[in-house]
Design a protein. Structure first.
Length: 516
């Protein structure tokens, strides 16, 4: 075991805002743990300096050994609290042997790692799992064949169904595929310089790569070359292709105690809430934390809430709450007995009573601003730049006389016609304050038929619209590149080279709110 590098030692001294360290920390790097096919999976072991027995925390992902922040947030901060922490690069990634396949081999390779653990003299037989995003998925995959040593799971801003992750609503999630692909496909670039170069390439080439046609020839500019996996994601909107990777049911039946956390503008909050509902219906031990975060800000801005939640679960302690949510419009946290809380009721609010039309041109697509993004405009933002566009319709209610509290799922019922064989309809709920500032609360996109009523899932919300504020329904034909623009031709999106502008008329629309 070696001493921590100077950088991590300085961080321990200068960023202390959590519980005091219980132990000093040492580490051993690049341990070769055999995968199910015997390929070596490189693993870093962070250990508390003590002769006392300590539980083990297993964290597995393609990119988790890439250095900061994972080595500090997970390796150091949990080891100093009394846990052996394994940060493991999954098969074929991050220097590990074998062939990487996104969402593949994770069940058997997780079990193989536990087999290796059983042979270590420091392993006590108490195993916990932890981690965000893909690290949460590997935990769900382990639940297909759970080892008896498993004591609890902490799944942060995770997902269980890759098809829903990429194709929710019927349009391809282009931005998340490119940014997520950067993390997956560049996981072998373990040096900070290599990761920085990849991130800069993404930043400066993203617009060109997402606007040039055909997409199959444009996207390699940001991913450093052609990526067969990305092209598979793009070519397969059908759920059947993704079925073997879908962990929805097994994640919703995990028998170990589970702590879930997500953000109101996380990439897959709906999947987290579905898992919570399934676990609760099955009578499992589960707690839920939802904060004012995005996928990438959760472990930064949310660390003061997320770290204690994880630490309690790993210590086997009782959570002080069943559900804790941050309520927009008030800035306060509320502890609830369940989600949605008891006593909520549905309410339909008409927003469009007179037909209105917008013109959508995929050559100048309506941009994605705010919401569950991984770009600088992510999260809750002032929607002024979006709302001034000619291809965006705004339907705004009268100032509220009393506070209106939304606490649960939100959707929109829209009757629309479009001049294309099919079109995309993006809808967003905003809170407009007396000064006119418009903040996004939740939104969704659905591929609609040429004519007819459509129900658009806008996700969940916990928000108080205060007196004097107004509800606003924003409607557009897309949100690019969060969702790949609809070319209007019906062609497969990868090789398509033609685009047709369309006109969409909204005849009626109403918001379906869950109120307290």
């Amino acid at each position: 075991m070696e001493r921590l590098p100077l950088f991590l030692r300085l961080l321990r001294r200068r960023t202390r805002n959590g519980p005091p360290a219980r132990y000093d920390v040492r580490r051993e790097m690049d341990l070769a743990v055999p995968a199910a096919d015997r390929s070596p999976m490189l693993t870093d072991h962070y250990a508390p300096v003590t002769g006392e027995p300590c539980p083990t925390v297993m964290i597995r992902a393609p990119y988790v050994r890439s250095g900061f922040p994972w080595n500090y947030l997970y390796g150091v901060l949990f080891a100093e609290q009394g846990f052996h922490v394994l940060l493991q690069s999954t098969r074929g990634a991050g220097g590990s042997g074998g062939t990487f396949h996104a969402w593949g081999h994770e069940t058997e390779d997780g079990r193989a790692t536990v087999e290796w653990l059983r042979k270590q003299d420091w392993f006590t037989g108490e195993l916990y799992t932890l981690g965000a995003s893909y690290m949460a998925y590997t935990q769900s995959a382990l639940a297909l064949d759970p080892p008896p040593e498993w004591r609890g799971a902490v799944q942060q801003v995770g997902h269980n169904d890759p098809h829903d992750f990429f194709w929710r609503g019927g349009a391809f999630g282009l931005e998340r595929a490119l940014v997520g692909g950067l993390a997956l496909f560049q996981s072998s670039a373990l040096t900070s310089g290599g990761l920085l170069r990849a991130a800069l390439r993404l930043k400066f080439r993203l617009r060109q790569a997402t606007h040039d046609l055909p997409l199959l020839d444009a996207y390699p500019r940001v991913l450093g070359g052609r990526r067969p996996a990305f092209e598979e994601w793009l070519a397969h909107p059908e759920p059947e292709f993704w079925r073997d990777a879908d962990m929805t049911e097994v994640a919703g039946a995990m028998e170990v105690p589970v702590s879930l956390c997500t953000g109101w503008w996380d990439l897959s909050i709906d999947q987290t809430l579905d898992q919570y509902a399934r676990l609760r219906a099955a009578g499992r031990d589960v707690d839920l934390l939802i904060g004012p975060w995005t996928h990438t800000s959760s472990l930064e801005k949310g660390w003061s809430e997320i770290f204690p939640q994880a630490l309690r679960r790993l210590r086997g302690e009782q959570s002080p709450y069943a559900v804790r949510v941050h309520v927009g419009g008030t800035g306060e946290w509320r502890d609830l007995p369940s989600w949605p809380p008891p006593g909520t009721f549905p309410s339909a609010v008409p927003m469009v009573t007179e037909p209105a039309t917008f013109h959508y041109d995929p050559a100048d697509p309506t941009p994605s601003i705010g919401g569950p993004l991984q770009s600088p405009t992510q999260g809750q933002v002032d929607n002024a730049d979006l709302e001034k566009r000619a291809d965006v319709l705004l339907f705004t209610g009268a100032p509220l006389e009393e506070a209106l509290t939304v606490m649960g799922p939100v959707s929109a019922s829209v009757d629309a016609t479009t001049t294309a064989p099919s079109g995309d309809l993006f809808v967003r709920l905003c809170d407009v304050d007396p000064s006119g500032r418009s903040l996004n609360i939740c939104d969704g996109l659905t591929r609609i038929p040429a004519s007819g009523p459509t129900l658009i899932d806008m996700g969940p919300a916990a928000h108080v619209f205060r007196p004097g504020h107004r509800l606003r329904l924003l409607v557009a034909g897309g949100a690019h590149p969060r969702y790949l623009r609809n070319y209007g031709t019906g062609e497969p999106p990868g090789p398509a080279t033609r685009m047709i502008a369309t006109d969409t008329t909204i005849r009626t629309a109403e918001l379906n709110l869950t109120l307290v």
